[in-house]
Design a protein around this ligand. Structure first.
Ligand SMILES: [Zn+2]
Length: 208
């Protein structure tokens, strides 16, 4: 049986790539200059390019379970952290203008905070510690889960500010931080309002 993904790769090369050939060549010749670092959950239902209408060269992306931000330093894993490295590269090398932390509804990582994780999943268990402060002392109702998802996003934005290069550029007005909560079921992205601590529908903000 033919490998479905290999079939799709062939289709991409033959059907889609020709439309992008010039654009990709320019990105190769001139290098990438994305202005946004997108830190998103790994969930397959979150499709950043679809949401934002972006294409090649526009988003520098790092995704992980829960869209979590690890501590900037002092990690017990010897500093081998891809998300921390991506933040440093995006800010110092690419000089991105904004960082988006994007969580979403029905997030398995957030639900796992309220459940027992498989004892084999030692890395997952430790990783989820990065969101534990967002857990509410209630049963995980849909509303509680949504609030935990949003509190987790706010928590990661705070932790981003622990990165010296992030804090310096935010203070200098060269970088902005954004928290997004994507609702899979209705296509709405709720945006974190730093003034009020609330999440506001992007569709409202866009029409203001
Ligand atoms: Zn998720």
């Amino acid at each position: 049986m033919p490998d479905e993904l290999l079939q799709r790769l062939k289709r991409f090369r033959e059907d889609a790539f020709p439309r992008y050939r010039v654009q990709f060549q320019t990105l190769v010749d001139e290098g990438q200059h994305p202005t946004t670092l997108f830190i998103g959950c790994s969930d397959s239902r979150l499709v950043p390019y679809l949401l934002t209408g972006t294409g090649p060269g526009e988003l520098f992306m790092v995704r992980n379970v829960g869209a979590l931000v690890p501590p900037c330093c002092g990690t017990s894993d010897g500093g081998h952290h891809g998300t921390a490295a991506a933040i440093e590269f995006a800010v110092l090398q690419l000089k991105v203008k904004r960082i988006i932390v994007c969580g979403h509804s029905h997030c398995g990582a957030i639900r796992a905070l309220y459940e027992d994780v498989s004892p084999e999943a030692v890395n997952l268990e430790a990783w989820l510690d990065l969101a534990r402060d967002a857990v509410l002392p209630v049963c995980p109702s849909p509303e509680a889960l949504r609030r935990t998802e949003q509190r987790t996003i706010a928590l990661q934005l705070e932790r981003l500010m622990d990165y010296a290069m992030v804090r310096q550029r935010v203070d200098a007005g060269e970088l902005t931080l954004h928290g997004w909560h994507y609702q899979i079921e209705d296509g709405e992205v709720n945006v974190f309002d730093f003034q009020t601590g609330a999440f506001v529908p992007a569709s409202l903000l866009a029409s203001l």
